[in-house]
Design a binder for this molecule. Sequence first.
Ligand SMILES: Nc1ncnc2c1ncn2[C@@H]1O[C@H](COP(=O)(O)OP(=O)(O)OP(=O)(O)O)[C@@H](O)[C@H]1O
Ligand SMILES: [Mg+2]
Length: 404
Amino acid sequence: MQWSEKYRPASYFEIKGQDLAVRKIKEFISEFNLSKITKKRIKKAIILHGPPGTGKTTLAHVTAKETNSEIFELNASDLRNREKLREILKPAIEQQSLTKKSKIILIDEVDGISATDRGGLLELLGLIEKTQYPVIITANDIWDKKFNVLRKKSEIIQLKEVEYRIIKDILINILKKENLFIPHDILTSISIKAKGDIRAAINDLHAIAHSEKNELSPELFDERNKEIDIFNALRLIFKNKPTKETLEIFDSVNMPLDKIILWIEENIPAEYQGEELAKAINALTKADLFKGRIYKQQYWRFLVYENIFLSYGISAAKKQPRTGFTSYKKPTRILKIWMYNQRNAKKKSIAQKYAEYVHVSYKRAMREFPIIKQIIKSNQEIERELKLDKDEIEYLHKPIEIKN
Ligand SMILES: Nc1ncnc2c1ncn2[C@@H]1O[C@H](COP(=O)(O)OP(=O)(O)OP(=O)(O)O)[C@@H](O)[C@H]1O
Ligand SMILES: [Mg+2]
C-alpha cells in the first residue's frame, strides 16, 4: 500500500499546516446545521481549492468522519449525465428520514469538468439549491470564468502549499511508525523538493526508503535534482531501457513539456526504424492528445500523462538498449512555428488587457496593435497599469528574431 494512502489523516488533528482551512470548514458545517433550525439562508456549498497534495480531498473525508456523516462522492463525469445524476442523488437530497446518519456530498476535482460541459455545471448549481446536506467541492483551480456562478454560491477556502518544515515533520512521523531511519539532510531535501505537495514528499520518501542503502547518500539525491540539458535527456530516453527514473528525466530539463515534444518529434527518426518507429510515433501522438486536452479543458493534471508518454513511452518503443553516439538535431522548422505561436499568444494577451482597460473591442486592439505597442512602450506607468507580466513586457521590448 502506498504510504500516502496508509498515512492519510483520519482526524482534523492529523491534518497539518492547514489550520485556517480546518477552522473554516468546521464553522461552515456548524452554520449549515444551525440554519436548519433558524431557517437562515446560507451558502450550502464550500469549495476547497489549492495545489495538489495539500489535503483537499483528505479534509473533505475527515470532515465526514468527524461529523459522523456518510460521504456521498461524485466526480466530474457523474455530473455529465443528468438522468443518472438525478437517480444517484435522489436519496441524497431527499429529507432526512429513517436513517439518522447525516450525509456530506463531495464533488471531488470539479475542474475536471470540461469547458463545453455546461450541463454538468448547471446540474451542480441545481444540486446546491436543493440539497439538504452540505456540499464540499474540491479543485486545483477555481478561477476559470466558467465557475463564476459556482463561486458566488459557495464559500471558498484556499489550502496553501505546506511549508517544508511541516512536511519534514510529517515524514519523520511516518519513519517512526515504520521503524526506519533516513538521515535528516535527505528528509530536508525531499521536503524542499516537494514544493508544498505533501503527497509528492511521502511518495519520494517511500521510494527512497525502499531503495538500496547505497542509493541513500545525499550527494546522489542532489545529483538527481541537478539540471540536465535536452541533449542528455534525449540520450537517456532513446538509448536506455525505461526505468522508474525515466519518468523523472524531464523534471530536470529546464524546458516546458510542449517544447520537449518538438525535440522528440524531430529526433525519433534518427533513433528508431520500422516497428520501433511506429511505436514511438504512437506514444508521441498520445502525448500530443493529452497536450490538447490540457489546453482545451485547462486540466493540468494531464501533464502527468503527457510526461509518461514522452519519457517512458518513447523509451519503451525500442527492443534493445543501444550504445553509440547520435547527434540530435534542433527541431528547427516546427520550433519556429512554436515560437511564433508563443509570441502571438503574448500579443493576444496584451491586446486583451489593453482592450479591457480602455474599453475598446479586442478585435480593434489586435488591429491597432502596432500603435498600441508603441503607446505602451513609451511609458512604464502604462505597463504597470495594465498589469503586464514579465513575459509580456519582454515581448514588447524584444525585437523580433527567429534564430535557427
Ligand atoms: N495537510 C496534510 N496533512 C497531512 N497529510 C497530508 C496533508 N495533505 C496531504 N497529505 C497527504 O497527502 C495525501 C494526498 O492528499 P489529498 O488527496 O488530500 O490531496 P489533494 O489536496 O486532494 O490533492 P489533489 O489536488 O491532487 O487532489 C494524503 O493521503 C496524505 O497522506
Ligand atoms: Mg484531491
